[in-house]
Design a protein around this ligand. Structure first.
Ligand code: BES
Ligand code: MN
Ligand code: ZN
Length: 499
């Protein structure tokens, strides 16, 4: 038996190399495709006289008590027609399974996946584990009283994956990836009175210490010395001083080097260009980009991926105040370029200008920036995808592929010259908004970042439309999604391998 301890959730995920008939559990979960129920399970349904009640249709499930077996119940989860089932179907089934286990107070659950199917069985198992672990994260952490109906319910303690073939690697990787995503969700949940810029830095220091990574935090005074007028201008209106964080994984080694740059606005009120009150509370999630990348660093370290990675983020709170930046102000950034701030609510790019230019000085072979950058990303793709831009064809392709596999999908937007023209300022090098009417708002924001990449290969991910779950699915409830961790980790692995 191989056990994988989890960190954010209190669950053990085990792999046991044996026949499913030998596993002891309170329930054995078996995902089934339509009309593809394993013969032994079909037999059991028939014996109980309920074979008509379950055929594997999507969304259907059936709980059958099975006396005399080492597992007490058989839980069949319908996936739908084989031709239509994707890995995401297994992720959703994993989330559903956790919900059922929790609802019925099942402490120990088991999973068995049918050996006859088109999809790779290892990947299917991994996806199921991901869904199970993601659904296992508690988000009501500030509730002081337990719901009455939950008081006597037992917690789900163990998931055992059983197979006669060794899938311990996939079980381990699924657990690590989902727990890295949970780590992000857990921190993203924290409000701005807890997760201040300094606290972001402290969390980074703790993460780095845990995995033996190098980490350096630059104070406001040091930002002034470095000439990081962008980050400073965004943080000026806040009582909480801004900081810059740099974390390195495998810093000493000669390996392909990638820079990961995140947006870390701990609260985005809009500043003097104040946002409307409605929905403003969700601007505590404006730090998601940097957190997602902290989750990626965690996953890279856990998986011991042979790559050198530098994470950079400037953390600040965007507030209106007598000392805040005004529309029309001009600031000078780390690489010497000047920005005319026409709207203080377009603050993410102003922060990223310094962080990206700083990351470029480390001479990485690729820069990937991740940000909740524009509300317009949601107009472009809705809640179903990440808006991507970039200069590197093969990396763009690889991101698309990883997006399909992890179901954290990306879609490319153009980087035509004309969009760069839209952010030219009359009095400075660039201005921080394109048109007053928001035309191509997501693209012009990306093009603004491009100005600070010093011509290095670059990929930009605008996660503004996916960082928060408003319509829950079976494995992600309402709240912070942590989406991007699985996508970017699998991209980095693939990229490092090809280099
Ligand atoms: N953090 C916001 C973007 C955002 C909006 C993320 C909604 C998630 C949900 C960003 O700083 C912002 O305010 N962008 C402005 C840009 C505009 C002023 C050019 C926007 O999208 O309205
Ligand atoms: Mn803003
Ligand atoms: Zn913002």
């Amino acid at each position: 038996m191989v056990t994988f301890e989890t960190g954010c959730i209190k669950m053990k995920i085990n792999f046991e190399k044996k026949n499913f008939d030998e596993v002891s559990a309170e329930a054995l979960f078996v995902p089934c495709m339509k009309k593809r129920i394993p013969s032994w399970a079909a037999e059991m349904l028939k014996e109980a006289g309920v074979e008509k009640d379950f055929d594997g249709s999507k969304g259907k499930r059936y709980l059958l008590p099975v006396p005399g077996k080492t597992y007490k119940r058989l839980m069949l989860i319908g996936l739908g027609k084989e031709e239509k089932v994707k890995l995401e179907g297994f992720r959703l089934a994993g989330g559903k399974a956790y919900g059922i286990a929790k609802g019925n107070g099942l402490e120990k659950c088991a999973l068995w996946v049918n050996e006859r199917m088109e999809l790779s069985k290892g990947s299917a198992i991994q996806a199921f584990v991901e869904g199970f672990v993601l659904k296992g994260l508690k988000l009501d952490v500030y509730k002081t009283q337990e719901k009455e109906e939950d008081e006597d319910k037992k917690e789900v303690k163990t998931l055992v994956v059983v197979s006669e073939e060794d899938f311990s690697r996939q079980v381990r990787e699924g657990t690590i990836l989902a727990e890295s995503q949970n780590y992000v969700r857990r921190l993203d949940l924290e409000p701005s009175n807890v997760m201040t810029p300094q606290r972001m830095a402290d969390e980074a220091l703790m993460l780095a210490k845990k995995y033996g990574m190098d980490c350096r935090v630059y104070s406001m005074g040091e930002l002034e010395k470095k000439g990081m007028g962008g980050i400073l201008s965004v943080g000026k209106g806040s009582a909480k001083p801004p900081v810059l964080v740099r974390m390195t994984y495998n810093g000493e080694k000669k390996l392909p080097h990638i820079a990961l740059v995140g947006k870390a606005i701990t609260f985005d009120s809009g500043g003097i260009s104040l946002k409307p009150g409605k929905g403003m509370a969700s601007m505590k999630y404006d730090k998601s980009g940097a957190l997602v990348l902290m989750g990626v660093m965690r996953a890279l370290a856990e998986l011991k991926v042979p790559v050198k990675a530098t994470l950079v983020f400037g953390a600040a709170e965007n507030m209106p105040d007598g000392n805040a930046t005004n529309p029309g102000d001009v600031v000078k950034t780390f690489n010497g370029k000047t920005i005319e701030i026409l709207n203080t609510d377009a603050e993410g790019r102003v922060c990223l200008a310094d962080s990206v230019a700083y990351a470029a000085t480390k001479k990485p072979e690729l820069i990937v920036d991740v940000a909740t950058l524009t509300g317009a990303a949601n107009i472009v793709l809705g809640r179903h995808g990440i808006c991507m831009m970039g200069t590197e064809g093969s990396a763009l392709k690889s991101f698309e592929k990883c997006g399909q596999e992890t179901y954290e999908r990306v879609w490319p937007l153009p980087i035509w010259e004309e969009y760069s023209e839209m952010i030219k300022s009359d009095i400075a090098d660039v201005k921080n908004i394109g048109s007053e009417h928001g035309e191509a708002g997501t693209i012009t924001a990306g093009m603004f970042i491009k100005e600070f990449t010093e011509g290095l290969p670059w990929i930009h991910l605008d996660i503004a439309s996916v960082d928060l779950i408003e319509h829950p699915n079976a494995y992600l409830p309402k709240g912070p999604a942590g989406r991007g961790v699985r996508l970017i980790t699998s991209f980095v692995r693939e990229w490092a391998q090809k280099k």
